[in-house]
Write a new protein. Structure first.
Length: 255
């Protein structure tokens, strides 16, 4: 039990680790953090948690969609991705998104520098290469990060609206994918979830999974959604990748 107690969880525990809920929480967080327990029984328990928690979060996601709980749906989807990639994406801690594609151990120091300096994927795409090299102090690693950033999935959205009646609004969501489609990173098709909710999260008006291939990514995507007029006359539109953490865009619109 002391090994469990000694592990520093990124997210504070609400129950002590000697209780079942607390132990499961520690095992989950240790797996996402890529921590390896020396105690054989704990290592086995950690593996069991890794094998089963993703199914649990998948079920929570489906339930949240059915109930219209948008925040919980997005959070459950991110938890699934956190388990798959063994990296953090929470308000308490966010690992660098490129950890999902540059997995060799030689990049660990690179990501520590990028995370410390706050250099994200967008900065790697847009900033001068010499500035990145100077910040990283390793030309080859800097070039690897820049090239990976250009191929890492990215989305931008724009939204137009048109009132259809006193109670119905038509939203046209334009999605562009400003990255180089590379089959060594992405699959033949990539899945994204589109959510439309009340700006304060009190109601979800629409949830839809869309499939994107290389042609669509090149041309862009227009989605038309009919939603009821919100109480606040404001909507929050979110598009999130099914596979990749950090590939998400949110836009607020006032009608």
């Amino acid at each position: 039990m002391s090994e469990l107690e000694n592990f520093r969880t990124p997210i504070p525990l609400l129950t002590p680790c000697y209780e079942t809920a607390g132990k499961v929480n520690v095992l989950f967080q240790s797996y996402v953090s890529r921590y390896m327990f020396r105690t054989a029984s704990l290592a086995l328990d950690q593996g069991w948690i890794a094998d089963n928690m993703q199914r649990v979060f998948d079920a929570i996601f489906e339930l949240a969609i059915e109930k219209g709980w948008c925040f919980i749906a997005i959070f459950a989807m991110n938890l699934c991705k956190m388990i798959e990639h063994q990296m953090w994406w929470t308000p308490e801690r966010k690992d660098h998104p490129l950890r999902q594609i540059l997995k060799a151990s030689k990049y660990n120091g690179l990501f520590q520098k990028l995370e410390r300096l706050g250099i994200g994927v967008e900065e790697l795409r847009t900033e001068n290469a010499n500035q990145i090299k100077q910040a990283v102090r390793n030309e080859q690693l800097a070039l690897d990060a820049i090239n990976a950033a250009r191929r890492f999935p990215s989305i931008n959205i724009g939204v137009r609206y048109q009132p259809m009646s006193d109670t119905i609004v038509s939203l046209t969501i334009n999605v562009i994918f400003p990255f180089d489609w590379d089959h060594s990173i992405v699959q033949q098709t990539e899945m994204f979830w589109v959510f439309v909710q009340e700006v304060d999260g009190s109601a979800m008006y629409h949830a839809q999974e869309v499939t994107v291939d290389k042609r669509i990514a090149k041309e862009g995507l227009d989605l038309q959604v009919l939603v009821p007029l919100s109480n606040s006359n404001m909507y929050l539109i979110t598009i999130s990748s099914v596979r990749f953490l950090g590939v998400e865009e949110t836009q607020e619109i006032v009608v």
